[in-house]
Design a protein around this ligand. Structure first.
Ligand code: NAD
Ligand code: UFG
Length: 337
C-alpha cells in the first residue's frame, strides 16, 4: 500500500517508516518539523536502503498544502502521528494543543475523504483511560477523566473518528492506544530526541547515563506498588511500529472500527527500569527520590490480548532490549540528531 505518514519525522513515525518498507509498503511523509529533524528521515532512508524518503514539509492544518500532496499521488491509507505530545506543555498552552491536534486532524480527515482515502490509523494513548478503572486495562475499560488537555485531545479525537466511521462505514478507522514507548532502532541511528529537559522517564535516564544531567528524580516512592514507584507498560518502539503494519492488514480486510491497546502487558516500576538499565548497560544512573509529579497515577499496564487475537500482533522485545537500544542510541548520539 502507499501510505501517508503524518508526523513521520518524529520518534514513533520514523521507526514505523522502516517497518512499512520492510513489509513492502511505500510511504510519503508530511511533517512540519516542529518537534523533529529532517536528519531522522535521511537516516531512515539509509537504513531502508533507498535514496530518500518522500517528504513534504507541510503542516496538517494547512489545507492547501495537504491538497497539493493528495493531488500528486493516491494514498491507500494514512497513519496519523502528527500532533503535539507534551503533557506539561498542554496544561500551559491548552489552546495550542486543541488547535493543533484537533484542528489539524479535522483538516486532514476532510482532505482524505475528498480524495477518496478513508483508511486511517490514529495514534491514541493509554492516557484516555485516566486513572484506570481496572488493571490490567482492557479496551472495555471505560475512558476516564484526563488530567491534562493533551489527554483530552486524544480522547476527543477518538470520538470524532468513531463518529465519522459510524456515519460512513466506508471508513476503516484503527485507534491504537499506545502505552509507554521507549527504545530505539537497534542500529542506534534513530531514536527519541526530546527538546530541552526530557519529561519522560527513559530519555531522562539516558541523559543522566551519558552525563548530560546529574541525577534522575524519581517522582514518588509512596505509591501502592511493589516498590512504591510508578508502574508503567513500557513498549519497545520497534514493536510499536510493527503494530501499525498489522493494523494496515486489518484495514485491507475492511475492519471498520478497531480499537486496540498496544503494550506488552507487563508493568515495570521506575526503579525496575533504572536497575535494568544499569545491569544491562553497565553504566551508573544516580537517582534521588522526589515528591510525586502532579497528575501521575500509580499503575498503568494493559492486557494486549485483543491486538494479538484480531491483529496478530504481540510485542517481541522485553525490558533488556528496551534499555539496551535506548542506551545504544543515546551513546552514539549524545546530542541527538
Ligand atoms: P514526536 O513529537 O516525535 O512526533 C510527532 C511529529 O508530528 C513531529 O515530527 C512533529 O514535528 C509533527 N507535527 C506536530 N504537529 C504537526 C502539524 N500540525 N503538522 C505536521 N506535523 C506536525 O512524537 P512521537 O512520540 O513520535 O508521537 C507520535 C504520536 O503518538 C503523537 O500523536 C503522540 O501524541 C502519540 N503518542 C505518543 C506517546 C509517547 O509517549 N511518545 C504515547 C502515546 C501516544
Ligand atoms: N518518572 C520519574 N522521573 C522522571 C520522569 C518520569 O520518576 O524524570 C516516572 C513517572 O512518575 C512515571 C513513570 O516514570 O511513574 C513514567 O513517566 P513518563 O513521563 O515517562 O510517562 P507517563 O506514563 O507519565 O506518560 C506517557 C506519555 C503520555 C502518555 C502516557 C500513556 O508521556 O503522553 O505515557 O501512554 F499519554
Amino acid at each position: 500500500m502507499n501510505i501517508l505518514v503524518t508526523g513521520g519525522a518524529g520518534f514513533i513515525g520514523s521507526h514505523t517508516l522502516i517497518e512499512l518498507y520492510k513489509a513492502g509498503h511505500t510511504a510519503v511523509v508530511v511533517d512540519n518539523l516542529d518537534n523533529s529533524n529532517p536528519e531522522a528521515l535521511r537516516r531512515v532512508a539509509e537504513i531502508i536502503g533507498i535514496p530518500e524518503v518522500p517528504f513534504h514539509k507541510v503542516d496538517i492544518r494547512d489545507r492547501e498544502g495537504l491538497e497539493r500532496v493528495f493531488a500528486a499521488q493516491k494514498f491507500d491509507a494514512c497513519i496519523h502521528f502528527a500532533g503535539l505530545k507534551s503533557v506539561g506543555e498542554s496544561v500551559e498552552k491548552p489552546w495550542e494543543y486543541y488547535e493543533n491536534n484537533i484542528g489539524g486532524t479535522l483538516v486532514l480527515v476532510d482532505v482524505m475523504r475528498r480524495h477518496g482515502c478513508k483508511n486511517i490509523i490514529f495514534s491514541s494513548s493509554a492516557t484516555i483511560y485516566g486513572d484506570p478503572a481496572e488493571i490490567p486495562i482492557t479496551e472495555n475499560c471505560p475512558k476516564g477523566q484526563c488530567t491534562n488537555p493533551y489527554g483530552w485531545t486524544k480522547s476527543m479525537l477518538e470520538q470524532v473518528l468513531m463518529d465519522i466511521q459510524k456515519a460512513d462505514p466506508e471508513w476503516n478507522v484503527v485507534l491504537l492506544r499506545y502505552f509507554n514507548p521507549v527504545g530505539a532502532h537497534p542500529s542506534g541511528r534513530i531514536g527519541e530526541n526530546p527538546n530541552g529537559i526530557p519529561n519522560n522517564l527513559m530519555p531522562y535516564i539516558t541523559q543522566v547515563a551519558v552525563g548530560k544531567r546529574q541525577e534522575l528524580g524519581v517522582f514518588g516512592n509512596d505509591y501502592p506498588t511493589p516498590d512504591g514507584t510508578g508502574v508503567r507498560d513500557y513498549i519497545h518502539v520497534v514493536d510499536l511500529a510493527g503494530a501499525h503494519v498489522c493494523a494496515l492488514k486489518a484495514i485491507e480486510r475492511k475492519c471498520g472500527l478497531g480499537v486496540y491497546n498496544v503494550g506488552t502487558g507487563h508493568g515495570y516500576s521506575v526503579l525496575d527500569m533504572v536497575k535494568a538499565f544499569v545491569r544491562v548497560n553497565g553504566v551508573d544512573v544516580p537517582y534521588s527520590i522526589k515528591p510525586r509529579r502532579a497528575g501521575d497515577i500509580a499503575t498503568c499496564y494493559c492486557n494486549p490480548a485483543k491486538a494479538k487475537a484480531e491483529l496478530g500482533w504481540e510485542a517481541k522485545y522485553g525490558i533488556d532490549e528496551m534499555v539496551r537500544d535506548s542506551w545504544n542510541w543515546q551513546r552514539q548520539n549524545p546530542e541527538g540528531f
